[in-house]
Design a protein around this ligand. Structure first.
Ligand SMILES: [Zn+2]
Length: 207
């Protein structure tokens, strides 16, 4: 029995014969109606291009000023990294670690892993760490939460707007673009296709 031809429903564990699906199809679990697979057009090249763009945006988004606050003539620029450091120094180390993980480390890892995996698949380069990488990617994706940070920025700006002058920096533009790229990445990423391609590469290598 070739196990790679079977698919288990993540909701109810029903084992299904995996059929070849084409773009536009939606495969639902016959028992619980969970959406099992929705093939994406050009998933590998799009993931590769988007993660490359994301990688370029990561640095300005986390290092350049998001917002500058001017109170009584004093201007202070805030970046994501300086926010994490300030929270840590203020004794809120738990919050600072969560912010660091969800808005810097996990998004960075997720983009780097998507770039490496889609790059290998795009150039048909077999690598024995591909399946481990994809498994890690599927886990950390759930923890990268840039949108929560953006919400925090909006709330802080609304609260500060009445008492201080705010100046938005290029970091904010990069951050919003990065958020857009990660949403596009999640939309174009076809995990079933990625697993199939990794399996195919493995088979070619052992031949
Ligand atoms: Zn099911």
């Amino acid at each position: 029995m070739k196990t790679s031809n079977y698919l288990a429903c993540p909701e109810c564990d029903l084992l299904l014969q995996q059929n070849i699906s084409v773009v536009g199809d939606k495969i639902h679990c016959p028992r619980c109606n969970y959406l099992l697979h929705r093939p994406r057009t050009q998933s590998v090249p799009r993931t590769f291009a988007l993660s490359l763009t994301g990688l370029f945006l990561l640095f300005p988004a986390s290092l350049l000023p998001i917002v500058g606050v001017k109170i009584l003539g004093n201007t202070q620029d805030g970046t994501i990294l300086s926010g994490v450091v300030t929270l840590f120094h203020e004794g809120m180390w738990g919050v600072s670690i969560v912010v660091f993980l969800s808005s810097i480390l996990f998004p960075m890892l997720s983009i780097v892993l998507s770039l490496l995996i889609s790059g290998c698949l795009y150039f048909n380069h077999a690598n024995r760490y591909l399946s481990v990488g994809l498994r890690i990617l599927q886990h950390i994706e759930e923890w990268a939460m840039l949108e929560v940070y953006l919400l925090g920025i909006i709330v802080a700006c609304v609260k500060l707007a009445s008492m201080a002058q705010l100046k938005f920096g290029f970091g904010l533009t990069a951050f919003v673009l990065l958020l857009f790229v990660t949403v596009m990445l999640a939309h174009n990423f076809d995990s079933t296709l990625f697993w199939q391609k990794i399996e195919a590469l493995k088979k070619n290598e052992t031949k």
